[in-house]
Design a protein around this ligand. Structure first.
Ligand SMILES: Nc1ncnc2c1ncn2[C@@H]1O[C@H](COP(=O)(O)OP(=O)(O)OP(=O)(O)O)[C@@H](O)[C@H]1O
Ligand SMILES: [Mg+2]
Length: 313
């Protein structure tokens, strides 16, 4: 498989303040993104996502190491026409409407006049801005602007699409529509690299993810490899257990939460489920639900962050 993005020991320092204080924003990042892959770049605030993206799109140079994009150095101007980019806080000319703005982007990208209108219409449909084409963007919500931003990134039909927090400001419906857009782009043969901290959305569409924390890549791989497919816990909801039985079950499970007429019980193995079922049968209690739970990306993310923080102490 061809690699679209390869970074080798990518490191970026910022120098700030009077005494040229150094902030290491990213350190020894080794990333690989394959052609036609949807890659989710995950990390909390200040982790180094935007810095990495700025290097990839050639807005800033690495302090050490290198980034290769579409087979060339990220600093090579030739690759710019093959990359679509949505920055973290895009700026829009507020007196233009989306069509006028996209037309300007198309002209700047050197798209032939005859082709411009067709592309703009297609993109307006893709990002579902049909009803707002004649409105100046100063009245737009953040979510609507984000849609314009995504359309703008695609205007020149790039091979690689790099989006910094594309789901910021989108409501749940907008996020679902965004996921559909990303999947359509993949179908068209494009490679998509996007940063986010909205884990649920990544979980549904990404082929692989990279998790960055304090400038370091702490995990990268296919989601099923990172999360594993095993069942982590079983959640049982039971009705008809008296207080004495709850005490007995507490010896099997360390998470027993009684509510008015039900008890929520969490256990780790099938064997423990069986033992609880035996007790239930004896006392005539009723199983209302049994849900096997896999580890979610959220669980993984939180445990990785905790591990990292413990190392720092
Ligand atoms: N231009 C800059 N000058 C100095 N420090 C910077 C600069 N840009 C970023 N940093 C610092 O580098 C680190 C990484 O920042 P970066 O913006 O890459 O994180 P991020 O993962 O994109 O965060 P967020 O989720 O908040 O967007 C932070 O500590 C940040 O304060
Ligand atoms: Mg950022």
């Amino acid at each position: 498989m061809g690699m679209v993005i390869v970074t080798e020991n990518l490191t970026k320092d910022y120098h700030t303040g009077f005494r040229a204080h150094t902030i290491r924003a990213i350190e020894n990042l080794n990333l690989e993104v394959e052609v036609r892959e949807i890659f989710g770049f995950l990390g909390p605030n200040g982790a180094g996502k935007t810095t990495t993206i700025k290097v990839l799109v050639g807005l800033t140079k690495p302090t050490r190491g290198r980034a290769m994009v579409l087979g060339k150095s990220s600093t090579d101007v030739d690759i710019k026409k093959l990359i679509g980019f949505l920055p973290e806080s895009p700026y829009f000319y507020e007196y233009l409407n989306p069509v006028e703005y996209l037309k300007l982007c198309a002209q700047l990208s050197g798209i032939a006049r005859a082709e411009q209108q067709r592309r703009i219409e297609k993109l307006i449909n893709l990002v579902r801005l049909e009803r707002f084409v004649k409105m100046p963007m100063r009245g737009f919500s953040r979510g609507m602007l984000q849609r314009v931003g995504i359309a703008q990134a695609l205007i020149h039909d790039p091979e690689l699409v790099i989006l910094d927090e594309p789901m910021g400001g989108l409501d749940p419906i907008g996020r679902r529509e965004f996921r559909d857009i990303i999947l359509k782009l993949k179908e068209q043969g494009k490679t998509i690299f996007f940063s986010t901290h909205i884990l649920a959305d990544v979980e549904m569409i990404c082929d692989r993810v990279g998790i960055i924390l304090n400038g370091k890549l702490i995990n990268t791989g296919r989601l099923d490899e990172i999360l594993g497919s095993e069942i982590e816990t079983f959640e049982m909801v039971v009705r008809g257990l008296d207080r004495k039985m709850v005490k007995v079950i507490e010896r099997i499970s360390n998470k027993v939460i009684p509510s008015e007429d039900k008890v929520l019980i969490e256990v780790k193995t099938e064997e423990e489920v069986e033992r609880i079922m035996v007790i239930m049968r004896e006392v005539g209690a009723k199983l209302l639900s049994l849900i096997p739970r896999r580890k979610t990306l959220e669980d993984h993310f939180i445990s990785e962050i905790q591990k990292e923080r413990l190392k720092e102490i």
